[in-house]
Design a protein around this ligand. Structure first.
Ligand code: ADP
Ligand code: MG
Length: 398
């Protein structure tokens, strides 16, 4: 689960992490009061969307245009102007995709005097089974370019969970960031605070870019991005409360209500499959035959008729779907249950695109008989290869 920058900073602040003062707003009318509360003389108006690259982003509406989703303001009036331009406008960044994201919230923050921008992130490194720090002296808006062109400028080290964070990690961090004296001491404190927060809140990723050195010699987190482990959310109701559903795909929200593993994609072939491995194989073979899947969907092992119906509705609600491929290997899942679910869903929502069904396994004959008796216009397939070829030619109108 992801949260906004201002929420991430509030979480980190409770662990003592140095962040700037700021006020989140939802309406342009709130901008002046927020700016006055902070006092100035420098403010930053920051678009809150679940995507990075905001500073270099472009708005779709010409008013704010290509000035970016993070703007420095030198007066209360400027804060108001930028807030009015950004709220409700669509921001396109390298991370949002061409459709962009609508800005519904802003963070008005006090401006910092920046001496240097550094990079710091933390993640769970699966190869070492440890939490790793990834840091660089080259922070700011182009870390991807640094990673690509000068990878030697990126330093990483991991923390042994048996010892936890130790003073030598702080020294390693300071050395990697080129910090000395009091700044090195601050880096040590920051390492401990961030590691403690990361573990306590079950984060999977934390990125501070930039981490800055201010002109008066202080370390400060100027941007913050946090992702939390979905499977641990049950122990963090405070984190769940930060969820912003407007940032999530509606189809994925609906799928999560039925405990379906669903991820929306950009292609044209809707897939309903049981088992993550089979779902991946199905997506691969669709690509092999030259089309793209519209989604990943694993209905799970013991899916009920209700679950299958919900899954089918989610697939057909996607306007990009030009054909549907149902690929079920009945193990725990029974083919006749699947068939009943599909028929119930079609009766409810109709079927306006070609449907290819490949059934195999438990109760396969019963399942096929139910579908044949339904009078539905279903193209049946014998195996995965046959199914993929049939749905690809069906969406191509052959
Ligand atoms: P993004 O990474 O999405 O572009 P950031 O929060 O990193 O957004 O902001 C982009 C840049 O704007 C930063 O690298 C920094 O130079 C500047 N910036 C952000 N917040 C402040 C602030 N409070 N004071 C001064 N400059 C800021
Ligand atoms: Mg940033």
């Amino acid at each position: 689960m992801n949260i906004h920058e201002y929420q991430a900073k509030a979480v980190l602040k409770t662990f003592g992490v140095p962040v700037s003062r700021g006020v989140a707003i939802f309406k342009p009318e709130e901008a002046a009061a927020a700016a006055k509360e902070l006092g100035g003389p420098l403010w930053v108006v920051k678009s809150q969307i679940h995507a990075g690259g905001r500073g270099k982003g472009k708005f779709k509406e010409p008013a704010a245009g290509d000035k970016g989703g993070v703007r420095l303001a030198k007066s209360v009036e400027e804060v108001e102007t930028y807030a009015a331009q950004m709220l409700g406008n669509t921001l396109v960044t390298v991370q949002t995709g061409p459709a962009g994201k609508v800005v519904h919230r802003l963070y008005i923050e006090e401006g910092s005097d920046i001496e240097k921008e550094l990079y710091l992130s933390m993640l769970v490194d699966r190869s070492t089974s440890r939490i790793a720090f990834v840091v660089s002296t080259e922070g700011g808006m182009d870390i991807e370019a640094v990673a690509h062109d000068t990878p030697e400028k990126i330093v990483s080290f991991s923390i042994d969970p048996a010892t936890g964070i130790m003073p030598h990690h702080g020294r390693t961090l300071a050395r990697a960031l080129g910090l000395k004296g009091d700044l090195a001491k601050q880096a040590g404190e920051l390492a401990t605070q961030l590691y403690t927060a990361f573990v306590a809140k079950d984060m999977t990723m934390l990125e501070i870019n930039p981490l800055i050195v201010t002109k008066d010699g202080k370390l400060r987190c100027l941007d913050a991005k946090i992702a939390f482990e979905g499977n641990s959310l049950y122990r963090h109701p405070d984190v769940v409360a930060l969820r912003d559903l407007t940032e999530e795909d509606e189809k994925e929200i609906e799928a999560s209500k039925y405990d379906l593993s669903y991820v929306a994609l950009d292609g044209t072939i809707g897939c309903m499959v049981n088992g993550a491995g089979l779902a991946m194989a199905t997506m691969d073979i669709i690509k092999l035959y030259g089309e793209e899947p519209a989604n990943f969907l694993d209905v799970g092992g013991g899916a009920s008729k209700e679950k299958v119906t919900a899954a089918f509705k989610i697939i057909t609600a996607d306007p990009n779907v030009k054909g549907i491929l149902i690929n079920i290997f009945g193990g725990i899942m029974k083919c006749d249950v699947l068939a009943e679910g599909v028929i119930a869903a079609v009766k409810e929502v109709g079927l306006n695109v070609p449907l290819v069904v490949r059934l195999e396994g438990t109760n396969v004959e019963k399942g096929k008989a139910i579908i044949n008796a339904s009078g539905l216009n279903v193209i049946s397939a014998d195996d995965l290869d046959d199914a993929a070829q049939k749905i690809v030619s069906a969406v191509r109108g052959k």
